[in-house]
Design a protein around this ligand. Structure first.
Ligand SMILES: Nc1ncnc2c1ncn2[C@@H]1O[C@H](COP(=O)(O)OP(=O)(O)OP(=O)(O)O)[C@@H](O)[C@H]1O
Length: 312
């Protein structure tokens, strides 16, 4: 693929805050038109990465290109091609939803229709309500509306549906799908793994500032991550078996009579994600323990030589 097919390119990105390394050398590309999710536990470095891409934060090292420009030098015309929904809810304004959106629409060369956007985020009934009189979830919808009003080529969504009720979340998914269908490139961070599975083409899982896995959302995790689990109970107790042929196993069980509490479970993206993060954290703990043991051995070594040194 040529460079023009790539909306975002990140190589060896590092961000340190003092002696703490929040982003520790990450690489990924997002193709134009793709919806890409950044997943990871609290403090993994997702927002830091996104803020660097948006041009809000400087990086310590690495190469970054967003819509063909280095965000560090991003000019106003470049900014107008981005849509940004930050993690924090915006200011609770004294203006109405429609006034606020009209105001922001005026900043962009080719904005969307204000009332269409208001409808798309489900705020038609609140269009003439002052923003400060909205509920938390409704204000969050205003944030999303402000992020898409400028018809962005690239939309950053940092935990966009936090505080949404289930119906609003589904409605939001529809909006995002329609934007993706129109060709908008989307970078999403979310702690809702079902949201990531529903919306994204590919995802990167980040833990402690490093990418621990990346790929199409239906292929994340080790090769056997999606092998179904069959659970049932019989006179000898509860059983669980992982098999690529659950139908065959269920048929065999059923031949001996209806199995009690029968379930066939396919691990969800959330199950797979939790395994990945847990394993990465265990590997890290092991590495630190090894490092500690090495420096312990180093100390023992020096002690051993101590008396000889005094003798010489
Ligand atoms: N301005 C700052 N100064 C010092 N440390 C910071 C600063 N901003 C973030 N950090 C630290 O960097 C790490 C990564 O933070 P970041 O906000 O990128 O995580 P995140 O993956 O977005 O987490 P969450 O899921 O909680 O939003 C955290 O340990 C955080 O405490």
């Amino acid at each position: 693929m040529g460079a023009s097919d790539t909306a975002v390119s990140v190589r060896g990105l590092v961000k340190g805050y003092g002696s703490f390394t929040a982003v520790d050398g990450i690489d990924f590309d997002i193709e134009r038109g793709e919806t890409f999710a950044l997943l990871g536990p609290n403090g993994a470095g997702k927002s830091t990465t996104v803020e660097i891409l948006e041009g809000y934060r400087d990086r310590t090292a690495g190469e970054v290109s967003v819509l063909g420009e280095d965000p560090h030098h991003g000019r106003l015309e470049w900014k107008a091609r981005l849509g940004i929904v930050l993690q924090q809810t915006g200011e609770s304004g004294n203006v109405t939803v429609r006034e606020q959106l009209r105001h922001f629409a005026g900043f962009y060369p080719n904005p969307r229709d204000v009332d269409e956007v208001i409808a798309a985020v489900g705020l038609t009934e609140k269009a003439d309500t002052r923003i400060r009189a909205l509920s938390g979830g409704q204000r969050r919808r205003v944030d999303v509306a402000l992020g898409v009003i400028g018809r962005p080529e690239l939309l950053f969504l940092d935990e966009p549906t936090t505080g949404f009720d289930p119906e609003a979340r589904r409605q939001f998914w529809e909006l995002i799908r329609s934007l993706a269908k129109e060709g908008t490139t989307i970078l999403l961070t979310t702690h809702y793994l079902d949201e990531a599975a529903q919306l994204s083409d590919r995802a990167a899982v980040i833990a402690r500032g490093r990418v621990i896995d990346m790929g199409p959302v239906d292929r994340l995790g080790p090769p056997d991550a999606r092998v179904p689990i069959v659970r049932w109970r019989d006179a000898s107790g509860a059983h669980e078996e992982r098999t690529t042929e659950p139908g065959t196993l269920v048929a065999r069980l059923a031949a001996a009579g209806e199995p009690e509490d029968l379930e066939v479970i396919r691990p969800s993206l959330e199950d797979i994600y939790l395994d990945l993060v847990e394993k990465a954290e265990a590997d890290d703990a092991e590495r630190s323990a090894d490092d500690a043991a090495d420096s312990g051995a180093g100390r023992a070594h020096r002690h051993h030589h101590g008396p000889e040194e005094t003798r010489s």
